[in-house]
Design a protein around this ligand. Sequence first.
Ligand SMILES: Nc1ncnc2c1ncn2[C@@H]1O[C@H](COP(=O)(O)OP(=O)(O)OP(=O)(O)O)[C@@H](O)[C@H]1O
Ligand SMILES: [Mg+2]
Length: 373
Amino acid sequence: MNRRINTNNIILKSIISDNTKISNEIMALKYVIIEPVGFPIRINSENLKITIEDPTLFNVYAREQWEGETIKEGDYLFDNTLIPDYAFKVISTYPMDGGIITRDTLFKLKTEGVCEDRPFKKVKFEEVIGQESAKKKCKIIIKYLKNPEIFGEWAPKNILFYGPPGTGKTLLARALATETDVPLYLIKATELIGEHVGDGSKQIEKLYSQALNNRPCIIFIDELDAIGLSRQYQSLRGDVSEVVNALLTELDGIHNNDGVVTIAATNNPDMLDSAIRSRFEEEIRFELPDDRDRLMIMDLYKEKMPLKIKGNLKKYVEKTKGMSGRDIKEKFLKPALHRAILEDKKYIDEKDLDAVLSELNKSKRETPLNLYG
Ligand SMILES: Nc1ncnc2c1ncn2[C@@H]1O[C@H](COP(=O)(O)OP(=O)(O)OP(=O)(O)O)[C@@H](O)[C@H]1O
Ligand SMILES: [Mg+2]
């Protein structure tokens, strides 16, 4: 089972490590994702569950016993040491067609990264209406994480999503997490600020070192303005400069962070620290939905509501101008539903929708600046 490359093959190994094709077309594997599946034979007992506390140590252990094995997706690797014959299934490899395990191969156990213990609602890309350039970028990132060698040094690295509240930035992060099988670390920037000086930078180092061990993967830092504020606004939040500096180091990729893509989201890039802002190779703007998108958003949520809508939603396209996706869902459709439920109706009708809009317009006249902010 264990076909190690012997020391006569040192040259061969170094060629492999460079990820160069060798004559018989076997590629050196950069990443292998495996899933513990258990013993091939079970005798009246539960199959063993495995957890890994230290990914770095696991990498050393895995390479030590499997170096030299040629594998592809769907194959099994058997433990030779601690739990003999315990099987791990190869879930995916990079390159995708499989290859040979070398000293540089990174092993990752199939988990979901940070979101693992925080289940998030699954969302498909099609359920994010509009925002085409951001969706296209996400698809490029997925392609890169599946096939890093096509991109070489032209890989996507740090991308900034920005735009008005409620336009789908966090929603798209959830879609990305749903549609990719690499781990996605979805964190709010506020979670990176600790209680004591130094806590925040430690959190960032920990996040990135965890990500490096689990690459390829995506880090999504939501609400970046909470830590990345320009110095003139930082006094509002207390001293976050150590967090900013730690983040700058990671975004610069001082360590080899190939295979880790950072996406950050903010409402207002102009308030960001200029050093942080300049680390993002691309800024993608999320727009308020146009007429077509607002109708599509209403149609999307109409299908998900517990009561049907009886009425022509086209009539409301013009009347919802200026609303974000969140406004349409939370400030328009939801109150209309509640109104219908309160009146024990079997469906939502135009009377409910019109009543909500007139309430909204009333409060808009009273507090003109706050309605869509
Ligand atoms: N483009 C969209 N397509 C479909 N639904 C949307 C869209 N934008 C917003 N929504 C709805 O509004 C909710 C809130 O959107 P989301 O949290 O993604 O906004 P955001 O851009 O992250 O806002 P913020 O800047 O305040 O964090 C979503 O969960 C979704 O229900
Ligand atoms: Mg958000």
